[in-house]
Ligand binder design. Structure first.
Ligand code: NI
Length: 138
């Protein structure tokens, strides 16, 4: 099995907030991500697929096609969006943390990759240079 990763980037705004909590509780839990007037992150998304290289092309998947799929199904919706308000496939009320976003992105891409011979292996999502989440579909 060989693994192939495509890296994409997007910028988006969000706010982590629990309506039933006080502002103090929200700030204590979410820190600057609870800023009432929103803020943004420069996200980096790694999408890894796995499979056997095709005997003729040597590809698991045409990586340009993978890039197009990621853009069409994920990045075009998320880039320059407000993750709390704007994205049709992010459930209303779901905290737009990297953990939850990784699962949502997995669900979108595993569906989009169904016609292809490779399988989705991992979603890795960086919110800052020092924090990222990984999801393997389990
Ligand atoms: Ni934040």
């Amino acid at each position: 099995m060989v693994y192939l990763t495509r890296v994409e980037r997007f910028n988006a705004a969000h706010k982590l907030w629990v309506e039933d909590w006080t502002e103090e509780q929200n700030l204590a839990t979410f820190g600057k991500c609870a800023n009432k007037n929103w803020h943004g992150h420069n996200y980096t998304l790694h999408v890894t697929v796995k499979g056997k290289p095709d005997p003729i092309t040597g590809f698991i998947m045409d990586v340009k096609k993978l890039s197009v799929l990621i853009k069409e199904h994920v990045v075009d919706y998320l880039d320059h969006s407000n993750l709390n308000l704007d994205v049709p496939f992010i459930p209303k009320g779901m905290q737009p943390t990297t953990e939850n976003l990784a699962v949502v992105i997995w669900n979108r891409l595993s569906e989009a990759l169904k016609p292809y011979p490779c399988q989705l292996h991992a979603i890795k999502l960086w919110e800052t240079e020092t924090i990222y989440t990984e999801y393997y579909g389990e």
